[in-house]
Design a protein around this ligand. Structure first.
Ligand SMILES: Cc1cc2nc3c(=O)[nH]c(=O)nc-3n(C[C@H](O)[C@H](O)[C@H](O)COP(=O)(O)OP(=O)(O)OC[C@H]3O[C@@H](n4cnc5c(N)ncnc54)[C@H](O)[C@@H]3O)c2cc1C
Length: 421
């Protein structure tokens, strides 16, 4: 079954019909949720405020867990395959590590996201673009009965659903309705730099990761054919210093002479441990729920995995006959998220806490200590995860605990000797 893309006018035409599941936002989380609910045979509507394909500030790094969470038959539109990583510390002590096997892949988000949406449509989901959701209501005059949620659209119109999945990214309105609580917000700045063949050739198959000057910050160069995605990320609230880091980074790499085709910024957010993942018949997933790896700020795999779970549990909520049953299904969703992604996030938070204070230790380990490089390689390839690694290696657990207890390192990592912890 497949359906046509349709517009805001169509939304108003069918205000009276009740969808099983309405998904808000057509990024990786929303497309996955829509796919999961549609393959279960439910009537699914996917609402997206932008026209697709749309740009998203993102490195487009696709690690193993992202690949594993893709729908069956999905062919990744890879722009490059990463076999080498250069690490630097404040632009110094650069060292390159290589792997015969691919570490991770690189995609352009507009293309990747569009393809995911097409998969959801092929499974039967209906897509409507150019439709901004203002809010959801679970009580009041817009809601015909207790089993229904009203999705209110900007500019007028309401869509009715038995269950709603909020996948509307890091400025999520559905997240606000659910009451998502955050304990980490970061600002990512990025430029897309078209470069001549000679420069592109130098980067093919290799990325650069630079541990930055602000606590917890880092920068990257991700090559995609004739364009380099260059970005930095740091805690929100240091906008000017983060911008300076990006400018210095680009300058140091000798890329300042090339005109970026896109220059943008976007927030990333991590949920607090006790943050809700649902309210009534509404679930949140991906960035909207603050599901993101706190150290690397890798979010695509979190969006794909939580989106799929949200779609599956939204189907059960849609079938629930009363509020008690709906609540039970929502709690099951929360349990599944906390047992999987929640565990990953807890380890990531500890990693960030250590990294923010001692970036030199991380640099020294990754560039000079083979087991640390192997762990990085295995995590990016998806043969293990941060959580699994710490769980199954008591040594790693002890090292993390010991480093977490140590006092902070000097403020400027560029001036620090990377090999003395
Ligand atoms: C600088 C930077 C670099 C990154 N690099 C990587 C990386 O290399 N690898 C990685 O795994 N992760 C990376 N991330 C994280 C990753 O981009 C996000 O975690 C991921 O996009 C989350 O997907 P999502 O579907 O939850 O949200 P999004 O991709 O943000 O999608 C949300 C969608 O909802 C739509 N929307 C928003 N509001 C509404 C509304 N009211 N009504 C209707 N639609 C709405 C938006 O238009 C958008 O299409 C990076 C993030 C940043 C900021």
């Amino acid at each position: 079954m497949s359906s046509e893309n349709s517009s805001a006018d169509d939304v108003r035409d069918d205000e009276r019909q009740v969808w099983d599941v309405v998904v808000v936002g057509a990024g990786p989380a929303g497309a996955s949720a829509a796919y999961a609910a549609a393959v279960a045979g439910r009537r699914v509507l996917l609402l997206e405020k932008a026209e697709l394909p749309r740009y998203k500030t993102c490195g487009g790094g696709i690690i193993g867990p992202s690949r594993d969470a893709l729908p069956p038959g999905f062919e990744l539109p890879l722009k490059d395959r990463v076999h080498a990583v250069s690490f630097s510390l404040g632009g110094r002590f650069t060292r390159t590590r290589r792997s015969r096997q691919m570490l991770f892949g690189l995609v352009n988000r507009p293309e990747f996201d569009q393809q995911l949406v097409e998969h959801a449509q092929k499974a039967g989901a209906e897509l409507r673009t150019g439709v901004t959701v203002s809010r959801v209501e679970q009580h009041g005059s817009a809601v015909p009965d207790r089993r229904t949620v009203a999705v209110v659209l900007q500019g007028g119109g309401t869509v009715l659903a038995r269950a709603v999945v909020g996948a509307d990214g890091s400025a999520s309105r559905i997240g606000a309705h659910v009451g998502v609580k955050l304990d980490q917000v970061d600002l990512g700045l990025e430029v897309e730099i078209p470069v001549p063949d000679t420069v592109a050739e130098d980067w093919r198959g290799r990325v650069l990761i630079d541990w930055g000057p602000l606590p917890g910050s880092y920068g990257w160069v991700f090559p995609k054919d004739d364009t380099l995605t260059v970005g930095v990320i740091s805690a929100r609230g240091e906008g000017a210093a983060t911008k300076r880091y990006l400018e210095d980074f680009i300058g140091r790499l000798g890329l300042a002479g090339f005109e970026p085709s896109v220059s943008s910024g976007h927030l990333t957010r991590c949920r607090a441990d006790d943050s809700p993942l649902s309210r009534g018949r509404v679930l949140v997933c991906g960035d909207a729920a603050g599901l993101l790896e706190p150290w690397t700020r890798e979010g695509i795999s979190f969006a794909l995995r939580s989106g799929r779970l949200a779609g599956e549990w939204a189907v059960r909520i849609a079938e629930a006959h009363d509020a008690v049953d709906a609540r039970r299904q929502a709690l099951n969703y929360a349990f599944a998220i906390k047992a999987g992604l929640g565990v990953e996030m807890a380890v990531g938070k500890r990693m960030l806490s250590v990294f923010a204070r001692r970036p030199g230790v991380f640099h020294a380990a990754l560039t000079g200590f083979r087991p640390a490089w192997r762990a990085f390689r295995d995590i990016t390839r998806g043969s293990t995860s941060l959580g699994e690694l710490v769980r199954s290696h008591p040594m790693a657990q002890r090292a993390l605990t010991a480093l977490d207890r140590q006092p902070a390192a000097p403020a400027a990592p560029g001036a620090e000797d990377p090999v003395s912890p």
